[in-house]
Design a protein around this ligand. Sequence first.
Ligand code: IPE
Ligand code: IPE
Ligand code: MG
Length: 257
Amino acid sequence: MINRVRSWWRQEDKQQPLEGSFDNVPEHVAIIMDGNGRWAKSRGLPRIVGHQNGMKAVKRTTIAADELGIKFLTLYAFSTENWKRPKDEVDFLMRLPQEFLAIELEELIQKNVQVRMMGNKEELPKHTLAAMEEAMRRTEHNDGLVLNFALNYGSRKEMTDCVQNLAKQVEEGIITSADITSELIDKHLLSGGIPDPDLLIRTSGEMRLSNFMLWQIAYSEMWFTDIYWPEFNKNHLYEAVAEYQRRTRRYGGLTSS
Ligand code: IPE
Ligand code: IPE
Ligand code: MG
């Protein structure tokens, strides 16, 4: 089903970002990988072929992110709303992690990538969760690129769970309401321990967030492209990073110059 590629970190492919600079590379890039279905439809193919080709883009993007020196790459793979899709499509999507990891895990381990998952584990099929957990366990001591899969992730669910958790701690006298700070909330979100995204990318021309990291992207730079996710490649990532490098982040303050 998926073409096996022997070695996927090909150094000879190394390329400078468009501006020619590895300075000021975003530490955390988050991507809303959208457009798999439309990519397939435009070729007269079933939607699942789009998802399969989307997986190749995941691989390309992971390699490119690592080469660029990005430290965290968060990929929105399945939202808490995606369960609304036809069962066949959901079943297919839930098989993709194990398919991807069966091929790539050894290489990810060798390349010092740490796999993480951000999302609600309870509703995932056992086989999906088992594949993710094996990947997380076997890469937990790696300290290279963090490849964070947002799988069964929804920002509102994440925030609701966080509020319930903190309310319970107040009820039980573990903390007081005054202890609830922005930093404490950060720690109780599924992204706890991962810095906020510096750069958010969405493919396929949609200009919305679709319940993705609503708290964490408060000051992220955003980059949208009409490219469908299965077509996304290293040049697109470099283009987004180069654009990021041209921007001035002010966080509500003023530019010092
Ligand atoms: C993104 O592609 C993948 C998931 C949401 C799982 P879509 O499946 O949303 O593709 P479009 O948006 O229908 O083209
Ligand atoms: C967002 O894409 C979710 C993922 C990329 C996993 P959707 O295709 O589900 O978003 P909407 O429905 O167009 O907002
Ligand atoms: Mg979509």
